[in-house]
Write a protein that binds this ligand. Structure first.
Ligand code: HEM
Length: 490
């Protein structure tokens, strides 16, 4: 799937056969992008899927090798599918790669009764362990203090914020799942937090990230198209399966240790609570627990940390926006205490900046693919049961009918004339409907508390003579290329 995202975001044709839904006449102009755009602002104007929607309408089909997918575009049509027909568009496709990795278990690739029960359990357990409450707020604030200290140790010199941000965010989800945080220089923790695999250091999240980056490679497309043949062949696709085996071994060991010290009457965290849950039909067993924790770690770390990296980049680029955030922090929080979620309603500008960063950074551009669970019609077209659906979130977050200046960074998208925060229905970075991001509330707490804590104490700027670059890469998320940043004390 990422291959498709990567190639489409890069503006390449990737050998797709295009089909239109019946009755739609394309206009004369050629919708294909002319170049590989590297400027982020230009990029958003040239997204091939958005252009294809202009040519073929808000619903069209693509043939991806042997599979067919229907792309749904624009706020109104995506909402009609994901929200108004929520139960029909709530399935997931299990590709041969995931079939081999987790056999459709876990939270994000599962279906039917098992998915519903696992999701319900995960959401209530996240709440029980503090999501949306003061308990988790204090965990995040404690982590913000550690992050600030680590950044201050850089003494204003240029550094790459990726590892520190990943480590801090991974600590939050880790405290919910395993009941513990790790020091940033803890090798155990390095296993969880590193994003790029240093040569010869096969750590766990390193392995995950490394494997995710492999999802960009064409050989995985081949594996999905010809699994029986590819299973027999040597090649880099085997690295993915080897790496996942090691990650699963690490998580299994964590789960095993928990079982040994388990006190049923006093659940310490997600893993302990899972042991108490008994529903064999929904597969509440140790194997599934392993895949659920893996999903939560992957989905709960890379996404939020990538958004924070984009936020720092936009602050470097738009110094006047950063100054206005500083002013609001001074007025509402001051320097004597840490931020709190209770401050958010009093900080409309900061809230709007965070929302606008999420909108324009568009980190999950094509959403996760969905599958129809029964026959339906959408926008007048018949869509049979079992059809793959691409709900194109880019077309929602940049929908010309919903946003005043869709292609520029503009916090006023979320402010009214008197400077009050306004919610926008088309703000869908977490998607919508029954499979809407399960960690939305946690991500929102993380983003507000980390962002305000950092800007309360620090000013971010580019190293001398360096212009912030919005070049990106597409892996699990659409993320900035590695960059250097300077942070000075306010
Ligand atoms: C800025 C941060 C985040 C963004 C932008 C984001 C975005 C998304 C999106 C677009 C989806 C696909 C929804 C769909 O299929 O329609 C998703 C699913 C998911 N997210 Fe997030 N996410 C974020 C943070 C998190 C966090 C912190 C967690 C963990 C607690 C998490 C856990 C999940 C899970 C488990 C799923 C699969 C849900 C399912 O299939 O039922 N996400 N997320």
């Amino acid at each position: 799937w990422s291959i498709l995202g990567y190639e489409l975001m890069r503006g390449q044709e990737c050998g797709l056969l295009l089909g239109t839904c019946p009755g739609h006449q394309p206009p004369d102009r050629d919708p294909r992008p002319q170049t590989n755009q590297r400027d982020r602002f230009k990029l958003t104007l040239s997204l091939p899927l958005v252009q294809l929607a202009e040519r073929y309408g808000n619903i069209f089909s693509l043939r991806l090798g042997r599979d067919k997918a229907v792309v749904v575009n624009g706020f109104k049509m995506v909402k009609e599918a994901l929200v108004n027909q929520g139960d029909i568009f709530a399935g997931r496709t299990l590709t041969p790669v995931f079939e081999r990795i987790n056999r459709g278990q876990g939270l994000s690739m599962s279906n039917g009764y098992m998915w519903k029960q696992q999701r319900r359990f995960a959401m209530s357990t996240l709440r029980n362990f503090g999501v949306g409450k003061k308990t988790l707020e204090s965990t995040i604030l404690e982590e913000s203090r550690c992050l600030l200290e680590a950044i201050m140790e850089k003494k204003g010199l240029p550094f790459d914020p990726h590892l520190l941000l990943n480590s801090a965010i991974a600590n939050i989800i880790s405290s919910v799942i395993f009941g513990q945080r790790f020091e940033y220089n803890d090798t155990q923790f390095q296993k969880l937090a590193l994003s790029h695999p240093p040569q010869g250091r096969p750590y766990t999240l390193t392995l995950i990230s490394f494997s995710l980056s492999l999802f960009l490679q064409r050989f995985l497309q081949l594996y999905n198209a010809f699994p029986t043949v590819m299973k027999q062949l040597p090649g880099r696709h085997n690295d993915i399966f080897r790496n996942y085996k090691k990650v699963v071994a690490f998580l299994t060991q964590q789960i095993q240790t928990h079982r040994e010290n388990w006190e049923p009457s006093e659940p310490r965290d997600y893993v302990d609570s899972y042991f108490r849950h008994n529903d064999p039909e929904a597969q509440f067993d140790d194997e599934n627990l392993c895949y659920c924790t893996l999903d939560l770690i992957i989905a709960g770390t890379e996404t939020t940390s990538t958004t924070l990296r984009w936020a720092l980049l936009y602050m470097m680029k738009h110094q006047q926006v950063q100054e206005k955030v500083h002013e609001e922090i001074n007025r509402v929080i001051g320097q004597a205490r840490q931020p709190s979620m209770d401050d958010r309603p009093n900080m409309p500008y900061t809230d709007a900046v965070i929302h606008e960063v999420q909108r324009i950074s568009n980190i999950v551009p094509l959403n996760l693919p969905r599958l129809t669970t029964r026959d339906t019609t959408l926008g007048g077209y018949f869509i049979p049961e079992g059809t793959q659906i691409i709900p194109n979130l880019t077309s929602v977050l940049f929908d010309k009918n919903e946003w005043e200046t869709p292609d520029s960074f503009n916090p006023h998208h979320f402010l009214d004339a008197s400077g009050e925060f306004v919610r926008k229905e088309a703000f869908m970075p977490f998607s919508a409907g029954q499979r809407i991001c399960l960690g939305e509330n946690l991500a929102k707490m993380d983003l507000f508390l980390f962002f305000t804590s950092l800007l309360q104490k620090l000013t971010f700027h580019s190293p001398a003579g360096v212009e912030p670059s919005f070049d990106f890469q597409v892996g699990l998320t659409l993320s900035p290329l590695p960059f250097q940043i300077c942070a000075s004390m306010r």
